[in-house]
Each structure stands twice: as structure tokens, then as C-alpha cells.
Write a protein that binds this ligand. Structure first.
Ligand code: FDA
Ligand code: NAP
Length: 444
């Protein structure tokens, strides 16, 4: 992708996962339906090509949302970028319907995302990591007549060279951040689930006589099942902080927490309202597992008991206290709340921490620019309903967040459920504010 050095874009997207891909679509479709100057947008992605959690593209792993919650349909059911359009283009629509399943595999959804992404390559730079955003120097901006704008520093991950791109708005969409328990370090034998397939692929199966997986969420359960499938001779241990896996509530009433309307209920609700969303509905997403995966794991363990050959082990109410590494040896010190809260040590050939993710935080990218950004009592960014960080009035440029807004916009913030609608709202906001119209109301 080529950008002219002095061009000032309406918006620069940082990260090109599903959220900013959906924004690219929303901007394109906005342009097609509206009069006026086109919105100029470019995107920067640090990966070498498009990829959506590639290291967790396990065989048979399914989506956790309906295929209709794709990049565009909830905003524009006529979009040519819908999952249904993709099926039609792939000549699979009829068979998809015959298959009668709302939840495609993650591999099929990945193919859909790549199919959509192929239309936007002229606007995306890969191998391009954004390292910082700063405000244009006052004098420079005034002299060039460009007015206030942002300078986005982009590092080429291959050559190491940096360049600066200019824009009036940014959409930060850098995704979830892998989380390791305190004091635990990753290496060639100790992995986080976000790097799983890459790390696993570097091992020889015969090197893996005993593998262990820490955590009781969807990632942990899927990896445990995968290792049990792939390593028929190995001992597979699941180290669960809970007494057993808990089910992800995806029943219809609870699922409404992911509706576009729930964003308003959350955003304009009181602290008590917001607290109630988390208290009652955290189990729709966090530390929970799809029913079919839970049942499958239990069935396998039971069959092994019947056969008298047990190699799938569940260590309940257990946490990792320490990992001792030396060469290829990995000794894990476990603390169990069972049997008098004892400690035990087990030797493994690989240890996977499927211990979840922290939410996106734009602070690091914003650097000095953060001084214009307002924060709430908890120290989190205040965010307007249109996903723009609330800033001091002297900053007229917009910093939009796609992710990291759980505290203001609720449970959908890090998920796909609402990306089509959210991207439309951001695109509308950029256009509306460019025309000088009043911003949408903000919560206190
Ligand atoms: P995402 O993380 O996908 O993309 C962010 C991009 O930004 C990445 O490509 C990254 O390389 C790039 N980036 C980061 N920093 C950068 C920088 N400084 N410069 C340039 N690029 C940078 N949700 C759901 O609703 N249904 C589901 O089925 C699933 N399934 C699922 C599976 C797994 C294994 C995980 C871990 C998570 C899910 N999720 C999910 C939740 C997940 O957050 C969601 O599917 C999307 O990945 C969100 O898309 P984003 O584009 O916001 O982030
Ligand atoms: P998660 O739901 O946050 O689960 C993390 C697990 O690790 C929890 O059981 C947690 O226990 C445990 N844990 C955290 N810190 C620990 C510690 N120090 N010691 C022991 N255990 C610890 O994370 P996830 O499973 O990676 O899921 C993240 C997101 O990705 C979710 O949205 C999920 O739906 C999605 N996902 C989707 C798919 C798919 O689409 N097929 C696959 C995988 C993931 P506590 O409860 O005690 O914190």
C-alpha cells in the first residue's frame, strides 16, 4: 500500500483484525451510499498477513457466535461482505443450510475473513507495527495549513525502518493481550495458549510423553482435547483452578447481553446496572466452556476408566505455584485445595498456560498524547458512546477504541458480536464530526 508522505487521512486503523476489517467495510459502504467527500482510511497490521488467532485454529473448534454476527450483516443485511455472500461465492450456501448449524468452524470463519480482507489490500500495510501516536507540532501544522492532526509512527517489522503517517483520527484495535500468571515465564516448553499451534508444531510428538494445560476456560478445554487426540501415547493433565469446567451460557435470554441494544443499556446505565451485567452474565464468556466440549472430555475420561487405561487426568481445585526449568526438564509445583491443601510436583514435557487475556489498553501507544485523554475514578479512559476517548477540548483529533471498552460499553467489547454495528457507529461519527456536527451524548 502506498500513502503520500504529506497526505492527511481521515482515519488510520491500528491493527487489522476483524474489528478494523469491519470498519474498512463500513467506511466503504458508507461512501457508496452517501454524497460528499470520500473518507480516506489506511490500516497498519504487524502480522505478515491477515490472521485471526491462528495459533488456536484447532481442527473442529467452532465459532462461539452465530454466523450472522459477521463483519457486516447486523449493520447492513445487504452487504456484499456478509458470511452468506461468502458462502454463495464459495458455492457452499446450499450445503451450509443443509448442515443446519449456526456455528461454523473457526477454520471456515477464518476463510471467510480472508475472503473479505482480500478486497482491502490496497488500504492495508502488513509487517507494519504502530509504535506510537503523537500530536502534530503546532507550528508545523499551522505552516502547512494542515490544521491539527496526529502523527502515527509505523515500524516495518522486516527492515526495522520507521515512517510517519498523518491522520485526523485513529481507530485503535490491537486486540486482547495474552496473560500469564504472576511469576511465570514463557519459553520453548512453557507456552501461552495464544502461541499454541506454533509452539506445538516445533515439537516432535515422541518428545511429549506428559503434557499439562492450566486453566478452565474454552482455550484450555480445546487444547486439552487436541493434545489428547494428537498424542495417543501421552499423559494429558488438565490443571483446573475450579472443581470442574463450567458451561458457557449461550441460552437465548442470556445471549441478549451481546445485542446492540445491550450496549446502550450498559453505557447509559448506572454503576449498579453495569455491575449487574457482570455479576449475572460473566459466565456467558469468561472461564467457561461450550457444553459439547465439556461432555466430550468427560466421555473420554469415563471410557478410559472403563478400559482401565487412564491417561486423561483432571487435577481439580489446583493452581501452579512454581515452574522449575532446566534444559528439556520441566517440573511443575502444584498447590491443591483438596487433600489438606497439599503441594505436589509433576514432571511434564510441555506446559500450556491457557490463562486468558487482559483487555486492550491504548495507553502505551498514546504516550504523551494521553495527557489530553480523560480518565474515570478507576483510572480508565472515559469513552463517548461513539467509542471516541473523551479528550480535553484542545485536542480536536479523535482516538476511537475498538476493544478495551468493557467498562463503558460492556461485554461485547472484546468479542465479534457487535463489530458490524460498532464499526458503523465509528464510521458515522468520523463523517459527522468532519462535517462539524455535534457529537453524540456521553455518559457521566
Ligand atoms: P484481534 O486480536 O483479532 O486483532 C488485533 C490485531 O491487531 C492483530 O492482528 C494484531 O496483530 C494487531 N496489532 C496489535 N498491536 C499492533 C500494533 N501496535 N500495530 C499494528 N498491529 C497491531 N469472539 C467472538 O465473539 N466469537 C468467537 O468465536 C471468538 N473466538 C475466539 C477464539 C480465540 C482463540 C480467542 C483468543 C478469542 C476469540 N474471540 C471470539 C474474541 C476475540 O477477541 C475476537 O474474536 C476478535 O479477535 C476481536 O477482533 P479484533 O480485531 O478486535 O482483535
Ligand atoms: P478465559 O475464559 O479468561 O479463561 C482463563 C482460565 O484460566 C480460567 O479458568 C481462569 O481461572 C484460569 N486462570 C487464570 N489465571 C490463572 C492462574 N494464575 N492459575 C490458574 N488458572 C488461572 O480465557 P480463554 O479460555 O483463553 O478465553 C478467552 C476468550 O477467547 C473468550 O472470549 C473465549 O470465548 C474465547 N475463545 C473462543 C474459542 C472459540 O471460538 N472456539 C476458543 C478459545 C477461546 P479463574 O476463573 O479462576 O480466573
Amino acid at each position: 500500500m502506498g500513502t503520500r508522505a504529506h497526505e492527511i487521512h481521515d482515519i488510520v486503523g491500528i491493527g487489522f483484525g476483524p474489528s478494523n476489517l469491519s470498519l474498512a467495510i463500513a467506511l466503504e459502504e458508507h461512501q457508496a451510499s452517501a454524497e460528499g467527500q470520500p473518507v480516506s482510511a489506511v490500516f497498519f497490521e504487524r502480522q505478515e498477513a491477515f490472521g485471526w488467532h491462528r495459533n488456536m485454529l484447532l481442527p473442529q473448534a467452532t465459532m462461539q457466535i452465530s454466523f450472522l454476527k459477521d463483519l457486516a450483516t447486523f449493520r447492513n443485511p445487504h452487504s456484499r461482505y456478509s458470511f452468506v455472500s461468502y458462502l454463495h461465492a464459495s458455492d457452499r450456501l446450499v450445503q451450509f443450510v443443509n448442515n443446519q448449524d449456526f456455528f461454523p468452524t473457526r477454520q471456515e470463519f477464518h476463510q471467510y475473513l480472508e475472503w473479505a480482507e482480500a478486497n482491502f489490500r490496497d488500504r492495508v500495510s502488513y509487517n507494519s507495527e504502530v509504535t506510537g501516536i503523537r500530536l502534530s507540532e503546532g507550528a508545523d501544522a499551522a505552516e502547512s495549513g494542515a490544521g491539527q492532526h496526529l502523527e502515527i509512527e509505523v515500524r516495518d517489522t522486516v527492515s526495522g525502518a520507521t515512517r510517519v503517517v498523518r491522520a485526523r483520527n485513529v481507530a485503535v484495535s490491537t486486540g486482547l493481550v495474552p496473560r500469564m500468571p504472576d511469576g511465570m515465564e514463557r519459553d520453548e516448553r512453557v507456552w501461552h495458549s495464544s502461541e499454541f499451534l506454533d509452539r506445538y508444531g516445533r515439537m516432535k510428538p515422541e518428545e511429549l510423553g506428559h503434557v499439562a494445560v492450566v486453566g478452565a476456560g474454552q482455550s484450555a478445554a480445546e487444547i486439552t482435547k487436541f493434545l489428547h487426540d494428537m498424542l495417543p501415547q501421552a499423559q494429558v493433565s488438565a490443571i483446573l483452578p475450579s472443581y470442574g469446567y463450567s458451561v458457557a451460557d449461550d441460552t437465548p435470554f442470556a445471549n441478549q447481553v451481546f445485542d446492540p441494544a445491550a450496549v446502550d443499556h450498559y453505557y447509559f446505565g448506572s454503576d449498579t446496572t453495569r455491575d449487574a451485567f457482570w455479576r449475572y452474565h460473566k459466565n456467558t464468556n469468561y472461564s467457561v466452556v461450550d457444553t459439547d466440549v465439556i461432555r466430550e472430555l468427560f466421555r473420554r475420561a469415563y471410557e478410559e476408566e472403563v478400559a482401565g487405561h487412564k491417561r486423561l487426568n483432571f487435577l481439580n481445585l489446583t493452581r501452579v505455584k512454581e515452574v522449575k526449568r532446566s534444559g528439556n526438564d520441566t517440573r511443575v509445583v502444584l498447590h491443591s485445595l483438596l487433600d489438606g491443601e497439599g503441594e505436589q510436583e509433576v514432571d511434564v514435557d510441555a506446559l500450556v498456560f491457557a490463562t486468558g487475556y487482559s483487555t486492550m489498553d491504548a495507553t502505551g501507544l498514546l504516550g504523551d498524547l494521553d495527557r489530553f485523554c480523560r480518565r474515570d475514578e478507576q483510572g480508565k479512559h472515559r469513552v463517548e458512546r461513539d467509542y471516541r476517548i473523551v479528550t480535553d477540548p484542545e485536542l480536536t483529533c479523535g482516538i476511537y477504541l475498538q476493544g478495551g471498552t468493557e467498562h463503558t460499553h460492556g461485554l461485547t467489547s472484546s468479542l465479534l458480536s457487535n463489530i458490524a454495528v460498532r464499526s458503523g457507529e465509528i464510521a458515522d461519527s468520523v463523517v459527522r464530526r468532519r462535517a462539524g456536527a455535534a457529537p453524540a451524548p456521553a455518559a457521566d
